[in-house]
Design a protein around this ligand. Sequence first.
Ligand SMILES: [Zn+2]
Length: 261
Amino acid sequence: MKQVFRVPAIFCIFILLAGCATTQQDTITQYSFIDAILAGAYDGQEKCSKILEHGDMGIGTFDGLDGEMVVLDRQIYQVKYDGSVVTPGPEETTPFACVAEFLPDKAVNIIPGTDLKGLMHVTDLAVPNQNIFLAVKATGTFSMMLTRSVPEQTKPYPPLVEVTKNQSQFHMKNVKGTVVGFRTPPYAKGIGVPGYHLHFLSDDKTQGGHILGLTFEQGAVEIDLCNRFVLINPKDESGLKDMDFSKDRTHELEQAEKKHE
Ligand SMILES: [Zn+2]
């Protein structure tokens, strides 16, 4: 009898290990790093179809900084400068994207009236340890949602702080949708946006962008604690060539990623 039970047990362990290996749980995969984008490294380095192998949710941008990327339910959406939302073809490329296979560890209801700072606070209370990477997904109805997108750039590429001076902003009211993004620990400064970097997509897939502000009418946030971070840089030797990443770009980051009129 013993022999009969032993074989299935070993088989089950094998299946479990195989499952972990393919789904990449608790792993954030990022193409390029935020300082490269701040410096103007906007050339696409990977096909959009490829990044979906590493995650079903996430954020990013497109070749030439052509709008804001939202990855939701393993579908990529492109929020263009004019505010329209399209689904890019599989051959489209990205210079910066950050994705994860979302499997929430925690969920917290959001009190009506909670703003962007409040959402960050609620998430921080759920996971106070700032040294852990988080993938975050919040769904709900928003009495206010403020997002932005950026215009496609031509070479020579200007730094992001110059581009965002001409960003378009989208003021939405009473919109249903999903917030997706990440919390990056302070020690990963230069790689990601320390703190929260969040994008939005409406349920009807017609509005979205990089979030500058919001107010919840009702909703909830789900949190996935991630203990692995994979950084993929251009393999081509010309990628990032002659770019100086020794300087601190904290001020530029504040201007480019968080500022709105
Ligand atoms: Zn963004």
